[in-house]
Design a protein around this ligand. Structure first.
Ligand code: ADP
Ligand code: MG
Length: 503
């Protein structure tokens, strides 16, 4: 294997081989399960985790004489997805049979779209960690059926098949070979997933198989023509996609540097070993004997239908992010974090609206405090508790109340942290917690003056030293008063009162 790579700026990822530098070329085919209660050509349910073979109709089991009926909702979701990616929507598309034999494919063919996909060229803007942005082209999106699942590890002598997924609608979203590093591929999948989730056309749950990627990788001398690619099938996490690309690229470089050639093939990624290994040599399209699906008419879309799909799109992550920067004055970093997924941006927007309401201020004036609290305190706690934002024990309204209590001086920063910890445990409102547990900041000058008097009486020598010119002792007095108040004294008030008392 060649030596270490340099993962430099702006997505350049050069492998320094023995014979010189190599560059990566990456294209992804993402399979995204369409959010729909029924399958692409049948009325069977699509719930995840159901009893095996409990969601299988005669159509999905390919009983003789059964006919597919196209699910309009899946078409609608594919068109919305195309529109969200700024892609061309094809008014006329067609389903084709892709013929192959596999135990989990009872029809003996998959209904897919080959020459005439429903969606044509589009693009996605991605952003890398260093803030650089790139555009990745989308080649096409087509609709197709998923296959069932063979199960080989339940019995030593039998293989089983679960057809629950058989016929589930997938969008195959094919990128152009526009990515040049594992980080770019990761950013692409993250952006795509955020868009799919925002518009609700796919839930994007990679662990449940709702989104998986076939990863195409080749290497070349920088700037020369593309090399032969290998396709790594069905990679189901962003981390594995990065690992698979890094491994695969170095494997290819090693072969080329030995004077070998790359064979176009389909490979598998083994997450335990961190390696890819050969599955089969790549079939050519003609091996599948594609032909137009005779049981379905071509799909024709009206302008009106496309206009309705367009009108149903919510604000997309990229637009939201730009608005957070421009209208709320948030940094690109915070805007990016808060729009990375739909749940987070929804939570933040509710928090922000409630915060502005409670404090009677424009959103712009409280946005940064709210954003910092959410990305710092809240995300930190959720991380620790291993919870998603949607499972947060603290609601946006409670977050807004907590921020308001800090803003009006009822809680100091440290007290707010204490109250927040209790909110996470008890789910109680911060006002109630502060009241019942006596965690309010003491700004009452009478009480604080008494405490200051006590502290001065207990330390006459220090008082004398301070008055004699040892200014540094001021901090000592502040500390003592804070301690005596159990950390609840308002530091600003303490400072002012102490200055007066010691002066
Ligand atoms: P196939 O059906 O053979 O998988 P597709 O056209 O569906 O072919 O997908 C090809 C994928 O491979 C696309 O995502 C494309 O960007 C990518 N790709 C094409 N050529 C290369 C290459 N030389 N190196 C890396 N990726 C490539
Ligand atoms: Mg393909």
């Amino acid at each position: 294997m060649p030596g270490p790579y340099t993962d430099g700026h702006a997505g350049t990822y050069i492998i320094e081989g023995r014979t010189g530098p190599w560059e990566l070329v990456i294209g992804l085919e993402v399979h995204a399960q369409v959010t729909s209660r029924a399958k692409l050509f049948s009325g069977s349910a699509t719930d995840f985790g159901s009893e095996p073979n409990s969601q299988v109709s005669f159509v999905d089991a390919a009983m003789p004489g059964m006919l597919p009926v196209l699910n309009g909702e899946c078409v609608r979701q594919a068109v919305r997805t195309g529109l969200a990616l700024g892609a061309q929507i094809n008014r006329w598309s067609r389903f084709d049979r892709k013929n192959y034999f596999y135990a989990d494919l009872p029809q003996g063919y998959q209904i897919s779209q080959y020459q005439h996909p429903i969606v044509g060229e589009g693009e996605i803007e991605i952003e890398l960690e260093d803030g650089t942005r790139h555009t990745v082209g989308i080649e096409r999106i087509h609709l197709e059926q998923d296959a069932g699942k063979s199960i080989h590890d339940l019995s030593p002598v039998f293989s089983y098949v679960d057809l629950n997924r058989s016929g589930v609608a997938l969008m195959e979203i094919v990128s152009k070979p526009d990515m040049r590093s594992p980080a770019e591929a990761a950013a692409y999948v993250a952006s795509l997933r955020a868009i799919l989730r925002a518009i609700g056309s796919c839930d994007g749950n990679m662990q449940e198989g709702s989104m998986r990627a076939d990863v195409n990788v080749s290497v070349r001398r920088p700037g020369t023509k593309f090399g032969t690619r290998c396709e790594i099938k069905n990679v189901n996490s962003i981390r594995f996609i990065q690992q698979a690309i890094a491994y695969e690229a170095r494997r290819q470089v090693a072969i080329l540097e030995e004077g070998g050639t790359i064979r176009q093939e389909t490979r598998l990624f083994d997450p335990d070993k961190g390696e890819t290994r050969s599955l089969r040599s790549k079939e050519d399209a003609h091996d599948y004997r594609y032909f137009p699906e005779p049981d379905l008419l071509p799909l024709e879309l009206t302008e009106d239908f496309i206009a309705q799909c367009k009108a149903s799109l919510p604000e997309l992550p990229g637009a939201k992010r730009a608005r957070f920067e421009a209208e709320l004055g948030l940094s690109p970093y915070l805007s990016g974090v808060l729009t990375a997924d739909a749940d987070s941006s929804r939570w933040f927007e509710t928090l922000l609206a409630e915060t502005a309401d409670r404090q009677g201020k424009p959103q712009r004036d409280v946005a940064e405090k709210a954003a910092n609290w959410m990305t710092g305190e809240l995300f930190g706690a959720l991380n620790r508790l291993d919870l998603a934002i949607a499972e947060s024990p603290v609601t946006p309204a409670q977050g807004a109340e907590l921020l308001a209590l800090v803003a009006d001086g009822t809680l100091s920063g440290p007290l707010a942290k204490q109250v927040f910890e209790i909110m996470l445990e008890t789910r109680e409102d911060p006002g109630v917690i502060a009241e019942e547990r006596g965690l309010k900041q003491v700004s009452d000058t009478g009480a604080l003056e008494r405490t200051i008097g006590d502290v001065m009486a207990a330390n006459p020598d220090k008082v004398a030293d301070y008055r004699g010119g040892k200014d540094k002792l001021f901090g000592f007095f502040v500390g003592q008063v804070m301690k005596a108040s159990g950390g609840k004294a308002n530091p600003a008030v303490v400072n002012a009162l102490l200055k007066k008392a010691l002066g």
